[in-house]
Structures are given as structure tokens and as C-alpha cells.
Design a protein around this ligand. Sequence first.
Ligand SMILES: [Zn+2]
Length: 193
Amino acid sequence: MLFTYPKARPHRRHGPYGYSDYQRYRPWLRDEFEFRCVYCLEREIWTKRKRAFDIDHIVPISQSTDGELDYENLAYSCARCNGVKSDQAVQDPFFALTDSSIRADSNGVVTGTTPESKDLIRKLDLNCDDMIKWRCLKLEHETLVQHDSKKLASLTRLPEDLPDLSRLNRKPNTRPEGVSESWYERRKKEELD
Ligand SMILES: [Zn+2]
């Protein structure tokens, strides 16, 4: 299902730190959030526009600069969601938006089952008309190709340019073991497809 949120995990896979520009965390965040927006699940491969994705500060810099370069305060977000979120502080979506706390129905509406996910749906306006229409279109597409495994897989495939995080691992990292679980490494080991 295209709008099934990720399973809950106890912590992030990666833990880089020490960069002086938050944009440098982009490859880590792309891998961490599986090349899709943490809020609405838009995928990189669904958009042709380069740089259609932003790096979101979960606690905005306007409220506190403490988290400006803190990996745990950064999330991978589409430009639409980052713009709507704007200066609002929200619960960490890594923990608050999981398959057990938010679900999308066939009518394109997402429903939260926890106070945290409900709050995120409201603040990100995830049930505005445009978002519902967009989800319905994607779900119709999914239904149309459901018996064609190749076309179905192309709806959820990973981008070609998976980041090779082992080349970035010269910076300190509290979870260096996460690199071997990155999508680049998994593709190299032919664990994908
Ligand atoms: Zn989004």
C-alpha cells in the first residue's frame, strides 16, 4: 500500500554529527526516511523536480537554534509539507507517524489513532482537499496496475542515485553500524528486488 507508514523503530538507523551545514545531512536523511517525505509519504521517484525535497527542522530554528545541526532534529520532507509546517514545532514524526498510529483509507483520508499523530495531521493539514485528491489519484493508479508486478514495483521503487554512506563515514557517527544497512549497501548485496 502506497500510504502505509513505516513500522515503529526504537531509534534512527544513522547517527552522524559534526557537520557545520545542515544540508550536509541530506544523504543520511534520504536513506533514513527511505527517499520519501516523512509526513505525507510522497516519494522522490514520483516527482521529476530536482530538489523537490527539503530538510525540515522538527523543532524550528526560529524557536530554538539548539537543534539546527542535530541529526535527530532533522527530517526529510517534501517542499509542500515543509512549507505548511513552517514555524510550527511538532512531535518527532519518526516516532509519531507509524503504521500503528496513522492509516490512509481508500477514500484518500488519513486517520490518526494517537494524540501525536492527530496533532501532526492537523498541523501539516494532511487532509486538505488537495492532499485527499492526490492520494486518491495515487491509489487509483495502484489499483490499475495491481496485477502487473513490474508496473506495481515501479510505483514504489527506490531512486537510482542511492547515496554511498560509507564514503561519508569519515565524520563522527554514533551509529556507524547503520551504514551496512543502508539502501545502497543492500542494493550492492542484492538484497533488494
Ligand atoms: Zn510531504
